[in-house]
Design a protein around this ligand. Structure first.
Ligand code: PGA
Length: 261
């Protein structure tokens, strides 16, 4: 079933990566709020708006977003509640800072910081038990796609990371399909490639629980802009977008939210 037919909301998330100081986050959120609230159209309540600032700007962003339709998610989290893990941040710390969800397994964390499927298998249940909504990022490299290994890669990533997640929690999972070759390249995946991967990911969830698969959100990410957002978000198995570069300016991100409504 399509998102609307299955009653799934649309989720538009902006991943700031390592951009913006707290003071910049505050003015960004104020500007985004004004753009979302000031549009001529009444806000489409079916569209959830999320931004993912760096750790140091979470609190400022959450304060500025208070009472608005904007939720604040973090970009990473450690699986343990506390301990000798220098430089890491726990779920409780993210909640305290004002986050209500967290990106996990972004390809940049996998490629540059050794994020493993095994750690993700612990991080996702840890996020759930703390009350944070996890967004699991998956996607194949260019080499994997040309070797015909896209489905094998997605099956492995989704299977490993969600192995310990109950069927009930599976419905609350957000999976962002982000082919590596489309991230930050301006080279957005084609509509049929996105739909194919989205429906494959939903089928993987359905093998565990058909009901959860109908409720879970599958997002697309990789060179999303205000020009391609509307086309991508109307695909049957796409319930939203994870936006990097184009989320850094409030006007561009607001235009993407509007395109999704
Ligand atoms: P991009 O990044 O939109 O700049 O391609 C997407 C992401 O990495 O989440």
């Amino acid at each position: 079933l399509s998102a609307a037919a299955a009653g799934r909301s649309t989720l538009i998330a902006g991943n700031w990566k390592m951009h913006k100081l707290a003071v910049e986050a505050r003015s960004y959120v104020a500007e985004l709020r004004a753009l979302l609230e000031g549009s001529m159209q009444p806000p489409n309540e079916q569209v959830q708006v999320v931004i993912c600032p760096p750790f140091t700007a979470l609190h400022a962003a959450a304060e500025a977003a208070h009472g608005s339709r904007i939720s604040i998610f973090a970009q990473n989290m450690h699986q343990e509640p506390e301990g000798a893990f220098t430089g890491e941040v726990s779920a409780a710390m993210l909640l305290e800072a004002g986050a209500s969800g967290v990106l996990l397994g972004h390809s940049e964390r996998r490629a540059h910081f050794g994020e493993s499927d095994r750690a993700l298998a612990l991080k996702i249940p840890a996020a759930f038990s703390a009350g944070l909504r996890p967004v699991l990022c998956v996607g194949e490299s260019e080499e994997q796609r040309s070797a015909g290994e896209t489905e094998r890669t997605l099956r492995h990533q989704v299977g490993e990371a969600l192995a310990q997640v109950s069927a009930d929690q599976l419905a609350e999972v957000v999976i962002a399909y982000e082919p590596l070759w489309a991230i930050g390249t301006g080279n957005v995946a084609e509509a049929d490639q996105i739909q194919e991967a989205g429906s494959f990911i939903r089928a993987l969830l359905a093998a565990r629980s058909p009901a959860a698969a109908e409720r879970a959100h599958v997002l697309y990410g990789g060179s999303v802009s205000e020009r391609n957002a509307a086309e991508i978000v109307q695909l049957e198995d796409v319930d939203g977008l994870l936006v990097g570069g184009a989320s850094l300016q409030p006007a561009r991100f607001a235009a993407i939210v509007a395109a999704a409504g």
